[in-house]
Ligand binder design. Structure first.
Ligand code: ADP
Length: 281
């Protein structure tokens, strides 16, 4: 078994029939290694949510296969158990139950999985993890939008899923709350090694991940692995008119750099040149 968590093979989804049919997914082949933080990006209606629903066994493909954690989802014996244990969902609207406290909302998916005492203990731990320790007794309407979304993330993690699927998780939040939720997801990815797929139409959200898969009309049209932030910035600079002007002057004007800095920059530029011929854009 390799460390591949997701594989879709020629995934197709057609809604409706005849003239009114919509090819929401049109031959999607996507492989995601375990531990990746990935964004699926594209305009409204391009099939992002449909793909996410397929990955979480919320919907069935018209044709093609979806494999998650070594299981062919079409052959699952117990779909509910798969959804409860292997995947967690975060939606644009948090969908918390309004009459239950934050703590109780997080405990809901754990019912039937462990004793009441363990549920309480785990929910408290998850609340701490999302930065809401001490707010467990609050009802959803006593929390801010960002806090509610963090409760929703904690609820999605209730049963320790290998895969977290997030559909526009910052879509209904202000910029700062959105950034906090994104930082939380990135942190979970790093510390818990949870594989996370975020669907978004927002480039800033996508830029916070490690890989951006672009979709259009039900197909994957680009697949771009992000470098570390410094390299991304340097690449942007190198692609800019200013960068081109500097690079175009027959050798760089690096006189103002120390020799060690010059060496680092030179190595980075050599890497750009190598990756320019191989990396998809
Ligand atoms: P996105 O998430 O990128 O906005 P969706 O996956 O929601 O796109 O939708 C892809 C296409 O499938 C759209 O044209 C949408 O109208 C259509 N679609 C989605 N769900 C249904 C459905 N239940 N019935 C019919 N058409 C649907």
């Amino acid at each position: 078994m390799n460390d591949e968590l997701i594989r879709t093979v020629n995934l197709c989804k057609i809604y409706g029939a005849g003239e009114v049919s919509v090819h929401a997914l049109d031959g999607v082949n996507l492989t995601v290694p375990a531990g990746e933080l990935l964004a699926v990006m594209g305009p409204s209606g391009c099939g992002k949510s449909t793909l996410l629903n397929m990955l979480g066994a919320l919907d069935q493909p018209t044709s093609g296969e979806v494999w998650v954690a070594g299981e062919n989802l079409a052959r699952l014996r117990n779909v509910d158990a798969f959804r409860a244990k292997t995947v967690g969902f975060v939606f644009q609207l948090h969908n918390l139950l309004p009459t239950l406290s934050a703590q109780e909302n997080i405990e809901v998916p754990m019912q039937g999985q462990m004793s009441a005492g363990k549920r309480r203990e785990r929910a408290r731990m998850l609340l701490e993890m999302v930065g809401l320790g001490g707010r467990g007794g609050a009802l959803p309407n006593q929390l801010s939008g960002g806090q509610r979304q963090r409760v929703a993330v904690a609820r999605a993690l209730a049963n320790g899923p290998a895969l977290l699927l997030a559909d526009e998780p910052t879509g209904s939040l202000d910029t700062q709350s959105g950034e906090e939720v994104l930082a939380l997801l990135a942190d979970l990815n790093r510390t818990q090694n949870t594989t996370i797929v975020i669907v978004t139409h927002d480039r800033r959200v996508a830029q916070a991940t490690q890989r951006i898969v672009g979709m259009s009309d039900g197909r994957i049209v680009s697949d771009h692995r992000l470098l570390d932030p410094l390299e991304e910035d340097l690449r942007t600079l190198a692609d800019s008119r200013l960068g081109q002007a500097i690079l175009g002057q027959n050798g760089l004007k690096l006189d103002y750099l120390r020799s060690d800095e010059r060496q680092v920059l030179q190595q980075l530029l050599e890497r750009f040149e190598r990756s320019d011929t191989t990396a998809p854009h």
